[in-house]
Ligand binder design. Structure first.
Ligand SMILES: [Zn+2]
Ligand SMILES: [Zn+2]
Length: 260
C-alpha cells in the first residue's frame, strides 16, 4: 500500500515535470516567434538589432547627446560654462527641488521618441530606462525618493496611444533601482490647450486644474518621471499639486531636456 502510494506520487511528479517542461518550451517558442515577428530595433537608426540583449547598435552608441556637464544646477538644462543656473531658474522660484534630463532633446532624439510613442517601437523603453539609471542613477539614489510618479495623461489619450510613455519609463526605472511606482497617484482629468503661445504663468494656470492627486502624499519625497522636459511647466505644475497635497520634496528625471 505504502509502495503503491509512493509510485503514484512519483508518477504525478513526473507528469508535473513533463507539463512544466512543455509549458517552458511553449513559452520559449512564443518568445522566439514574437522576436521573429517583431524584432528589436535600434533606438537611434531603427535597424534590426543583431541580438536581443543589445539595446542599441554598437556604431550608434554616442549618437544621442549626453548632458554630462554645464547644466543648470536646479533643472538640468544645458547652460554655458560660466553659468550655474538657467534663465528660468534665475528669474523665479521653481516648484521642484532639483531635476535632471539625461540627453539633449535634439532632432535624433525627437525622431527616436516619435517612433517609441506613436509607431510601436516600445522596446526602446528598456534602453531609455537603462540609460537614465546609468547616468543619473547615483543622483536618484542621493535624492532617495519614496516613490516614482509618472506624469499622467488623460484616459482618452492613453487609450488612443495604447500606453503612457512616462509610466513605461517609471516602471522600468523602478524595477532597475528598486523604487515603488505610484502610477495612479496623479491623474490628468482633461486635455489642456496648446502651451506654445502661453507665458509661464498662463501655462501653469492652464495645467493646474487638469491634475488631481488621488491619495495622501504627506511627508513623501517624490521623483516625477517624464520623457521630455522643455519649458518645464508640466513638471512644475505637477510638483505644485503634489506639494499642496503634502509632499515633502519633489525631484524629477526625464529622458531628455530641451536647450534654452
Ligand atoms: Zn543603430
Ligand atoms: Zn534651470
Amino acid at each position: 500500500m505504502k509502495r503503491a502510494c509512493y509510485r503514484g506520487e512519483r508518477h504525478i511528479l513526473n507528469k508535473k515535470i513533463i507539463i512544466t517542461g512543455i509549458s517552458e518550451c511553449l513559452q520559449k517558442g512564443k518568445v522566439l516567434f514574437l522576436e521573429a515577428l517583431y524584432p528589436s530595433r535600434c533606438p537611434a537608426c531603427n535597424k534590426i538589432l543583431p541580438e536581443k540583449k543589445v539595446h542599441i547598435c554598437p556604431e550608434c552608441r554616442g549618437s544621442f547627446h549626453l548632458i554630462e556637464e554645464h547644466y543648470c544646477l536646479k533643472c538640468g538644462k544645458p547652460v554655458s560654462e560660466t553659468e550655474e543656473y538657467c534663465a528660468d531658474c534665475k528669474s523665479r522660484k521653481r516648484g521642484f527641488c532639483q531635476g535632471r534630463g539625461v540627453f539633449l532633446y535634439n532632432m535624433q532624439m525627437k525622431q527616436s521618441l516619435l517612433r517609441y510613442k506613436y509607431y510601436g517601437s516600445r522596446e526602446y523603453g528598456q534602453y531609455y530606462a537603462e540609460e537614465i539609471c546609468r547616468y543619473v542613477g547615483t543622483q536618484i539614489k542621493r535624492w532617495n525618493p519614496d516613490i516614482l510618479v509618472p506624469v499622467p495623461m488623460t484616459c482618452r489619450k492613453k487609450r488612443i496611444r495604447g500606453f503612457n510613455q512616462a509610466e513605461d519609463l517609471a516602471e522600468k526605472i523602478g524595477e532597475l533601482l528598486q523604487i515603488p511606482v505610484a502610477a495612479g497617484l496623479a491623474v490628468k482629468k482633461r486635455e489642456t490647450k496648446s502651451q506654445k503661445k502661453l507665458n509661464a504663468a498662463e501655462r501653469m494656470r492652464n495645467l493646474k486644474d487638469a491634475f488631481q492627486i488621488t491619495e495622501s502624499v504627506r511627508g513623501l519625497r517624490i521623483l516625477i518621471v517624464d520623457d521630455v522636459y522643455t519649458t518645464g511647466s508640466t513638471i512644475e505644475t505637477l510638483a505644485e499639486c503634489l506639494k499642496e497635497s503634502g509632499a515633502r520634496e519633489i525631484y524629477f528625471v526625464t529622458l531628455c531636456i530641451g536647450q534654452l
